[in-house]
Design a protein around this ligand. Structure first.
Ligand code: BMA
Length: 315
């Protein structure tokens, strides 16, 4: 599996953004959504302030690697009095939706009921329109497909019930209006036993449409005696019926190995929430959180990633 272990290349400038790059004193910056707006790369970063509560801030760069300009005001932060978001917003994903002429942001809003799926839309990441909580707690790791399938919007997410708190997996729900969502349908579950993705799994960035299916970059967690390890794998879902898993890699394609992934607030957490497909260069840029502390970048050839997932077995 050497081809797979070398699929993604960490950027030599990693971590590309840390709390030290922020205009105000914050604890950590990590797990960013990533999109291209007017030629610029925009990251919507989870910023954990020194209260422990997270908000979502915008950072922009011409090349997606350096020269970041961080907006002084958060794009999304808890509104005082809104109980269900009083503990903040976490782990955004963002996708351009041509039909709406807007980006749809999905993130976790956190309150006493637990983490819930929250949607918002934006034209330019300067202002945001809140849709609100669309999937009740406990649920997180959500992203919308960029287009309707079978006439419906599709939202990937990860419901967790106390009953099935372990081995939580990836589900999807369907909607006609982005507000009311159908009962979750299971897409993919954690593998049992010793697997790298045996404790739970969740989507990474929004899925990418390819001619062979929806490319899913997902995180998988394994519990060990010294804590959880968050790694990354690939799967391919049917274009017309995305609950159908066509391929799933046996091995992970990215795993914590560097000091900025191995140590930090949460050691051994490599958590991608954003991907940019640069069609002119054929490059995928994967943005991820390193150890819940910093923002990192790994690149891969889109064709190589597609070849790797196509070579994976049908589960
Ligand atoms: C997950 C999410 C992520 C975080 C990861 C590792 O459950 O909360 O935000 O990066 O745990 O702590």
């Amino acid at each position: 599996m050497t081809a797979q272990s070398e699929l993604f290349h960490r950027h030599p400038a990693n971590p590309i953004l840390t709390a030290a790059d922020w205009p105000t004193a914050v604890n950590v910056v990590f797990n960013p959504a990533a999109v291209v707006v007017g030629g610029e790369t925009v990251l919507l970063a989870r910023v954990e302030t020194r209260s422990g509560i997270s908000r979502l801030d915008v950072a922009r760069s011409e090349n997606g690697v350096d020269g970041w300009i961080v907006e002084p005001e958060p794009l999304l932060a808890p509104i005082p009095g809104n109980e269900e978001e009083q503990w903040g917003f976490e782990d955004a994903r963002a996708v351009w939706v041509e039909e709406l002429g807007r980006h749809v942001i999905s993130c976790t809003s956190y309150g006493p009921g637990g983490p819930a799926v929250f949607l918002a839309t934006t034209e330019d990441f300067s202002t945001v329109e809140r849709i609100g909580i669309v999937v009740a707690p406990e649920d997180k790791n959500a992203a919308l497909l960029p287009e309707r399938v079978g006439g419906k919007w599709i939202l990937f997410h990860r419901p967790t019930s106390g009953f099935a708190a372990t081995h939580a997996g990836i589900s999807l729900s369907r909607s006609a209006d982005l507000r009311s969502w159908s009962t979750p349908e299971v897409v993919m579950q954690a593998r049992q036993g010793a697997w790298w993705d045996s404790l739970r799994i969740g989507i990474g960035p929004p899925l990418l449409k390819t001619e062979h299916g929806w490319l899913l970059i997902y995180h998988g967690v394994k519990e060990t005696v010294s804590g959880a390890i968050y790694r990354v794998g690939l799967a391919l879902l049917d274009l017309e019926e995305p609950t159908r898993v066509l391929r799933r890699t046996t091995d992970w394609v990215l795993s914590p190995s560097e000091p900025y992934e191995r140590s930090g607030d949460v050691p051994n957490a490599l958590f991608p929430c954003g991907v940019v497909h640069d069609e002119s260069s054929g490059e995928l840029r994967l943005y991820y959180g390193g150890a819940d502390t910093s923002i990192c970048l790994a690149t891969a050839s889109f064709d190589d990633v597609l070849a790797a997932v196509l070579a994976a077995p049908t589960p």
